[in-house]
Structure formats: structure tokens, C-alpha cells
Design a protein around this ligand. Structure first.
Ligand SMILES: *[C@@H]1O[C@H](CO)[C@@H](O)[C@H](O)[C@H]1NC(C)=O
Ligand SMILES: *[C@@H]1O[C@H](CO)[C@@H](O)[C@H](O)[C@H]1NC(C)=O
Ligand SMILES: *[C@@H]1O[C@H](CO)[C@@H](O)[C@H](O)[C@H]1NC(C)=O
Length: 593
């Protein structure tokens, strides 16, 4: 049993304690010595309580300069209660470390110190979690929706809520109370309790991380009343990444680096993840390579690294990473995901699905694995299994736009356009500026004959920077279908410009389609110079050459009959109020395919 159950977020960080300074932003970080002391203190508090995430706080502390001996923080005060519970606590902690949670709880019953009480409740909680997971693995397999519950939760809630009302919970037990509430799906109460826990113990990162999983949008984030501690900056940066506000996130991380955390592998990994989220793949890859150099046995976040290698089809690198991680620890969720990606890239989808399944056996709350498994089932055309996998992903994290998008794709295959629209909309809400969501949404509208909406989506996809260079083509074709020839021509023209301006040759580019249409369009509008230009360009393409030649012949026939001066090139082509910029067809000359 690891603490992954408590911290389902894929990226994880530290926990610390004590309040920071409450002046201007910069002064939070003015005193790095103070921060280091706080980190050292909270690491020991967490260790005593069996909160394994203290390892992450150690990571952050390691990034800061060493403290001289007389600067080291003193041990926490030792109370009368602590003295009284010392023997029971020592015994119970040994059992706890051996994962014998029931036994630990048994010996802690009746202890009176805060520390013993936390370990008592926490042991009972973990015992329930372990039994639940064992049950899931034994009987059902991760795909079945067994709704196995942690049986301890209800009792824990009753006891903790009594103490809560009496004001007897400290920062750690408030945190545990929040976790119990969250597990019981009492999300509103959970948010309140986590906020309380954070106020009581601001440097306990576990509470911030739990809270981050419950914040669904920026309005909710703004409405939270949070203490003004330096750790809030880490939280906000994490939150911005989660809410896909990558520019803001990168700015925050930059500030943290400048404030003195430049050696933190946590921050490097977070920035790499942020670049991954905006699909700045080269930047992200560079950072992950740096991370591997500084921390070669690290397994955290390597699944994200492998997603990037996958997208870039970097087979040898992905193979190397997979073998390397297997050598370090083959039974880690991240390792299984990397191997899954490796097989997926080799089109061995059944094997890939097997490894994602293994990841989920290790941690059923592993969001990435659910989504990736959904993709594998899609590849295998197993839509029902794909839907289940995506639904699980969303259960774990409602903000996972890839899962919403995957559901949209699945229902598209099932030819259920209304569902499809619903899911793409959700994905779009989470990533309003992602052209892939917009194009998918446009296609759904088109299937439902809602052409006006479809046009808006395609246009917007182009406006936000169409990564796949598909939106204009689709818009042009839609206009073409609707006999809106002026609009279609404008879109095709923009499309050609867009394709050539991006420099590289795109596999799916349909420049010849656009040129063919434009040739005919100008011909019909008696703009023979332009028509002739397009026809000539058509001859550069195998699939349009014949048509180009035919058009050239037609043009010369017409020209022989009547000598017409060409119309003003810069005059509007129609008085239709199209949304598109007017582009002179002569711009075509400068395109060099
Ligand atoms: C889809 O996948 C599930 C889970 O692996 C499996 O039980 C089911 O037989 C598969 N269905 C098809 C049609 O392959
Ligand atoms: C999307 O882009 C608009 C305009 O460029 C911007 O105001 C908005 O903050 C962006 N939204 C996200 C979630 O990035
Ligand atoms: C477009 O024009 C063609 C031929 O003139 C016609 O058959 C078709 O019905 C028109 N389509 C629309 C949507 O008006």
C-alpha cells in the first residue's frame, strides 16, 4: 500500500508546514534559509505520521543550500501526552511500516496525543484501503465497475466529524478527515475541510494536492480563501497547469526558479509537464532529458516523457527508456505505462492494453493509464471497453480532456452524433483554445446538419492556431457544399497560404483540391488570369494535372473568342459578408510548394 491512494494526482510534490511571510510576493522567497528550516521540520513531522510524501519535501529541501549545523531547526516540542504514548506509538509505528495496519491501530487505541491519534485513524483508513484494493485485484479486475468500498470510511467519518465540531482536529487529522469525505463523494464538505487543513498547517503539501483535485475551474479557484504562504505559489502553478492555463503556470514556475529553486527536479518536471500540455514537444523533451541526467533513477513523470517519445515516434529512445525503467522497478505504474506506450508504438495493441491493465492493478486511480487503455481499445475497435476505460478516467479526474475527447471519438465510431457532440463539448470547455477539440466539435455539428455552428467552430479552430491544418479545408468544403462559392474560394485561398507558410510538407495537405476549386471559381467569374494561374499550379500535382491542363485549354478557347480585360484584382469578390480576410489571388505566385 502506497500513499498513491491518498494522492491520486499524477504529478506529486512535497509537503511542508508552518506559515510563511505575508508581505509581497518576493519576500516569501527572500529567506530561503527559513524555508529550508520549515521543510526540514515538516519532513520529520510527516515521517513520524507515516506520510510518505515527505520524500517529495526532501526533494525540494535538497534543491536549497545546505544549512550549517547551528542553523538546523530544533526537534519539535515533546509533550506530557507524547511521553505517555511513546511506547505504544513506537510499537504501532513499526507495525504500520510493515503495512500491518489493523495491528498498529489495535495498539494505538486509547492513546491521547495528537500524533498517536492521527496514526490510529490513519492506520484504520489505510487498512480499509488495502482491503478494498485487494478485493478489486482479486475478484473483479480493474475494468469491472465493482464499486468496492473502503468499509472503514463511514465509521471514520462519524468519529472525525464529532471531533471536528468540537474543534479538536489538528492540521494532519483535518487532512485525513478531508480525504475520508472525498472518498465518500462528499466533495463540497471535503473542499471546506481541506481549506481548513491548509490554514491550520499551510506547509502540508498533501492537503493542497488533495484540494487541487477538487478544483474544477478558475472561478472556483478564485473563490477559495487560502493562506498567503510561499507554498501557495507552488499550488497556484500546479493549479494553472491542471486548468490548462499554461502561460500563467510557466510564469509562476519561472518566478520560483528565480526565487532560488533552480535546482529543484520537481520544478523541472512540472515545467516539462506544462510544455507537454501545450504540446511544445521539443521543449518538453529537452527538459525531460535534463531531468534524466540529474535524477537518472527517477520513475515519477516518466510516463509523461514516454507520451512525448510516442508522439514523436521515437522508437529507439522509447525502447531505451522502457528497458531502463524495467531495470529500476518493473512494478511501478509509470513503468507499466511506458511499456504500454512502447508496445502501442509498435502497433501491438493487445500487449499495450495488458500493460495499462497492469498499471491499473497497481493503482486503480491512475488516470493516465485509464485514458491510454481507452485509446488501445479504440485501436482494437473494442468500443464498449474503450468507453468504460474513459469513464473510469473521468471518474478519477473530471478535468481529463483527453478522456472526454476519447469518448467523443468512440461515439463517433458508434455513429451516435448527439453523444459525440456532448463529449466533444466537454473536452472543448476544458481546452477552449485547442483546435483539435474545435475541429472535432465542428465535424459533429456538421453531422447533425447544424452548419452555422460547424462553420463557427472551424473558423475559431483556425483563429486559435490550427495545429493540424484541417480547419480551413473543412470550412472551405462546407461552404462549397452549401454553394457559398465566394466564401469557399476565400477559405481555400487562406488554406493554401496557411499550408505554405508553415514551411514543412504536410502529409494530408490537399493543396491540389484547393487549387482545382479556385481554378474553376475564377473561370466561372471570368477572372481568366487568376484561373490560368491556378490551373498552372494544378499541373504541379499528379492528381490535378489533367484537370489543370483541361482548364488551361478552356481558358485559351474563351480568350480566343473574346478579349476581356481582367477585373480589378482587389475588388471584393462578392458583397456577401464573409468572415474571411480578402486575399489577392496573385499572392499565389509567391507560394513555392
Ligand atoms: C473488449 O475488451 C474486453 C475487456 O478486455 C473483453 O472482455 C471483450 O471480450 C472485448 N470485446 C471484443 C468485442 O473484443
Ligand atoms: C484562450 O484564448 C483567449 C484569447 O486568446 C484567452 O483570453 C483565454 O485566456 C485563453 N484560454 C485558455 C484557457 O487558455
Ligand atoms: C447547390 O447547387 C447544386 C447545383 O446547383 C444543387 O443541386 C444543390 O442542391 C445546391 N445545394 C444547396 C445546399 O443549396
Amino acid at each position: 500500500m502506497t500513499l498513491e491512494n491518498l494522492h491520486p494526482s499524477l504529478s506529486s510534490l512535497p509537503l511542508f508546514l508552518t506559515v510563511g511571510v505575508t508581505e509581497s510576493k518576493l519576500s516569501f522567497f527572500g529567506d530561503l534559509v527559513q524555508i529550508k528550516k520549515q521543510l526540514i521540520s515538516v519532513i520529520s513531522l510527516c515521517k513520524e505520521r507515516g506520510l510518505l510524501h515527505s520524500a517529495k519535501a526532501s526533494e525540494l529541501a535538497f534543491a536549497l543550500d545546505r544549512l550549517p549545523k547551528d542553523e538546523l531547526p530544533p526537534s519539535p516540542p515533546f509533550t506530557e501526552d507524547d511521553a505517555q504514548d511513546l511506547d505504544a506509538l513506537t510499537l504501532a509505528k513499526s507495525y504500520f511500516d510493515l503495512k500491518e495496519y489493523d495491528r498498529a491501530a489495535y495498539f494505538l487505541k486509547g492513546c491521547c496525543s495528537q500524533k498517536a491519534y492521527f496514526l490510529y485513524m490513519y492506520s484504520r483508513y489505510l487498512s480499509g484501503e488495502k482491503k478494498k484494493d485487494d478485493e478489486t485485484v482479486d475478484s473483479l479486475g480493474p475494468l469491472e465497475k465493482g464499486q468496492v468500498r473502503n468499509e472503514a470510511l463511514r465509521e471514520l467519518r462519524v468519529e472525525l466529524s464529532k471531533k471536528h465540531i468540537a474543534g479538536e482536529l489538528d492540521g494532519f487529522t483535518l487532512y485525513l478527515y478531508g480525504v475520508v469525505l472525498r472518498k465518500l463523494d462528499l466533495l463540497k464538505e471535503a473542499v471546506e475541510v481541506f481549506v481548513e487543513a491548509i490554514h491550520s498547517l499551510p506547509l502540508h503539501w498533501g492537503a493542497w494536492l488533495e484540494l487541487s483535485n477538487l478544483v474544477t475551474n478558475i472561478e472556483m479557484l478564485k473563490s477559495l480563501s487560502l493562506p498567503d504562504c510561499w507554498i501557495k505559489d507552488f499550488f497556484m502553478a500546479h493549479m494553472y497547469t491542471e486548468l490548462q492555463m499554461i502561460k500563467e503556470a510557466l510564469q509562476k514556475y519561472q518566478n520560483l526558479i528565480e526565487a532560488g529553486f533552480s535546482k529543484s527536479t520537481y520544478i523541472i518536471s512540472q515545467i516539462a509537464v506544462a510544455y507537454h500540455n501545450i504540446r511544445d514537444i521539443d521543449q518538453a523533451l529537452a527538459l525531460f532529458n535534463e531531468l534524466r541526467e540529474q535524477d537518472p533513477y527517477r520513475i515519477d513523470n516518466m510516463d509523461t516523457f514516454s507520451n512525448l517519445l510516442y508522439v514523436k515516434s521515437m522508437k529507439p529512445e522509447l525502447s531505451y527508456l522502457a528497458h531502463n525503467l524495467v531495470e529500476i522497478d518493473k512494478y511501478r505504474v509509470e513503468t507499466c505505462c511506458v511499456i504500454g506506450n512502447y508496445y502501442s508504438l509498435r502497433s501491438q495493441h493487445e500487449k499495450a492494453a495488458l500493460y495499462f491493465q497492469r498499471a491499473l492493478k497497481l493503482n486503480p486511480r491512475c488516470l493516465g493509464a485509464w485514458t491510454l487503455m481507452g485509446h488501445e481499445y479504440m485501436e482494437m475497435k473494442n468500443t464498449s471497453a474503450a468507453i468504460q476505460a474513459y469513464r473510469h478516467a473521468i471518474e478519477v479526474n473530471k478535468r481529463d480532456y483527453r478522456a472526454w475527447y476519447g469518448l467523443g471519438q468512440t461515439y463517433e465510431i458508434l455513429k451516435m452524433p448527439f453523444y459525440c457532440l456532448y463529449y466533444y463539448r466537454k473536452a472543448h470547455q476544458l481546452r477552449p483554445n485547442d483546435s483539435r477539440m474545435l475541429v472535432a466539435l465542428g465535424e459533429s455539428y456538421e453531422k447533425l446538419s447544424q452548419q452555422v455552428e460547424a462553420k463557427k467552430c472551424y473558423w475559431r479552430a483556425y483563429s486559435v492556431g490550427d495545429v493540424e491544418k484541417m480547419a480551413l479545408l473543412k470550412l472551405a468544403k462546407l461552404h462549397e457544399q452549401l454553394n457559398e462559392s465566394d466564401d469557399a474560394a476565400q477559405c481555400y485561398m487562406l488554406y493554401i497560404q496557411d499550408i505554405f507558410s508553415c514551411g514543412e510538407q504536410l502529409e494530408h495537405a490537399e493543396v491540389s483540391t484547393a487549387l482545382r476549386y479556385l481554378g474553376q471559381y475564377y473561370f466561372k467569374n471570368k477572372l481568366y488570369d487568376e484561373a490560368s494561374l491556378c490551373a498552372q499550379r494544378c499541373c504541379d500535382y499528379n492528381d490535378a494535372r489533367e484537370e489543370g491542363k483541361a482548364l488551361l485549354r478552356q481558358i485559351s478557347q474563351v480568350r480566343d473568342q473574346i478579349e476581356t480585360p481582367s477585373a480589378d484584382l482587389f475588388a471584393p469578390l462578392s458583397n456577401n459578408n464573409t468572415p474571411v480576410r480578402r486575399v489577392s489571388p496573385l499572392n499565389l505566385i509567391s507560394f513555392t510548394p
